[in-house]
Design a protein around this ligand. Structure first.
Ligand code: HEM
Length: 415
């Protein structure tokens, strides 16, 4: 690693959206912090101070103690002035990732069944058909495309929206809203120049989903939108805003995360052609390789936890009110856990020990679905590919929440 690339304020990389636009430099700085200051205090103008937790073991330890380290009052990083104030009623929607304790358990129970491996299995055929449809689309594009925008962005959205039960004509609208929400800081994606852009996008979601909930209450079907709209906790229907929160998190968390894993995964394979050849020669390797690709990309960069009572990790004592930023992207390159962590190794035996889905109570609800989608897509694409190469350098989404390739121009030939 070249020391000159380490910026004077290394902790900046966690908060500054533009830092995610250069993943190589980002990872060099994170490796430096893992070595020199694995739990490091970060003070940046306009942000609450936080402790960046960069090592795999420390992230797991904090996740194992959800009573001490809570998700409330807010689980994602952002400038203080962009957060809705408590005086204004806090966040307009409440989602699983903002909840703790019994409230979180009760809400997660509503949808847990839907996302268990046995239920997800029912999706096998539908997901495989969609994978084929998108590889066909790639073939129809005549040998060149922007893989991130033309393919990877659309396929997971189709999966998640068909689980929710939304009509196909609404898919483009959802695509735009999720991109605006997750890429809010990226000048090319967010609603730059508009007042309170993120809040406005949230309100647009609410408007759309209010109509959906009303429809599913009047005409319940067997889709996930109906399960959520008609959910009951302790005999009482859940609040309208909680219904919104559910729709919002399923539609958003199930989309960009998987798109970025697929586009970032393809980029990783293009940069490591020996690994692509391995998959081509033994397609069964894809099952394990999916986790290696997710580890390597780590599209969800981190979540925050808020300390409620004093607790010491690796010699650092967190005090009540302290904020811990759990850097999943850094933990997934931790030299203590992954041998030669910067190498993509589709046969890596412990790839599934990655933290890209988090850990503990908030462990990603959609992890099984995401793996299914990623495996189905790469199995279909690699089976049909004769050649593939980068047609131009990729660019990356500048977001400090979910990031991966923004553009990925590729040239290819199918059999
Ligand atoms: C490769 C794709 C994905 C990645 C990397 C990913 C990553 C994550 C991470 C890091 C968390 C937070 C875990 C924690 O705080 O410990 C999370 C939570 C969550 N994810 Fe995913 N996710 C992916 C796909 C999906 C999909 C397909 C869905 C489908 C609905 C989904 C739904 C959720 C939900 C609902 C939560 C909140 C769970 C809770 O707070 O209890 N995710 N995900």
């Amino acid at each position: 690693m070249s020391e000159t690339l380490v910026p004077s304020e290394p902790g900046r990389i966690f908060a500054d959206p533009s830092a995610y636009g250069d993943p190589v430099a980002w990872h060099e700085t994170a490796a430096y912090l893992r070595r020199e200051s694995p739990i490091t205090r970060v003070s940046l103008p306009g942000y609450d101070d936080f402790w960046a937790v960069t090592r795999h073991a420390d992230i797991m330890e904090i996740e194992r103690n959800p009573e001490i380290f809570t998700n409330a009052p807010y689980p994602t990083i952002g400038p203080i002035d962009s957060r809705p104030s408590e005086a204004e009623g806090g966040s307009p929607v409440n989602t699983l990732i903002q909840m703790d304790g019994q409230e979180h358990k009760d809400h997660r129970n509503i949808v847990n069944e839907w996302f268990k491996p046995a239920s997800i299995k029912r999706m096998n055929e539908r997901v495989a058909a969609l994978a084929t449809q998108y590889v066909d689309r790639m073939a129809d594009m005549g040998g060149e495309c922007d893989f991130a925008n033309d393919i990877a962005m659309h396929y997971p959205l189709q999966v998640i929206l068909s689980i929710l039960g939304l009509p196909e004509e609404d898919h483009l609208k959802m695509l735009q809203l999720t991109q605006e929400l997750f890429g809010a800081e990226d000048p090319d994606i967010g609603r730059a120049g508009e007042d309170a852009g993120v809040l406005q996008v949230l309100l647009d979601f609410v408007e759309y989903f209010t109509g959906l909930a009303a429809d599913r209450r009047n005409h319940p079907t067997d889709d996930l939108a109906s399960v959520i709209a008609n959910a009951v906790i302790n005999g009482d229907p859940i609040a309208d805003m909680d219904v919104m929160g559910f729709y919002l998190i399923v539609a958003t968390a199930g989309h960009d995360t998987t798109s970025n894993s697929i586009a970032g995964g393809l980029l990783a394979l293009l940069e490591n052609p020996d690994q692509l050849d391995l998959l081509r020669s033994d397609p069964d390797l894809i099952d394990r390789a999916a986790d290696e690709l997710i580890r390597y990309v780590s599209p969800v960069k981190h979540f925050l936890r808020h300390c409620q009572s004093p607790y010491t990790v690796r010699g650092v004592t967190f005090e009540p009110g302290d904020v811990a930023l759990l850097s999943f992207a850094s933990g997934n390159r931790d030299e203590e856990v992954f041998e030669d962590p910067f190498r993509l190794d589709v046969r890596r035996a412990n790839a599934s020990s990655h933290l890209a889905f988090g850990f503990g109570r908030h462990f990603c609800l959609g992890a099984h679905l995401a793996r299914l989608e990623i495996r189905a897509f790469f199995r279909e694409m690699i089976g049909r590919l004769e050649t593939i190469e980068l047609a131009a350098p990729p660019t990356f989404v500048q977001s400090n929440l979910v990031s991966g390739p923004k553009t990925l121009p590729v040239r290819y030939r199918f059999r």
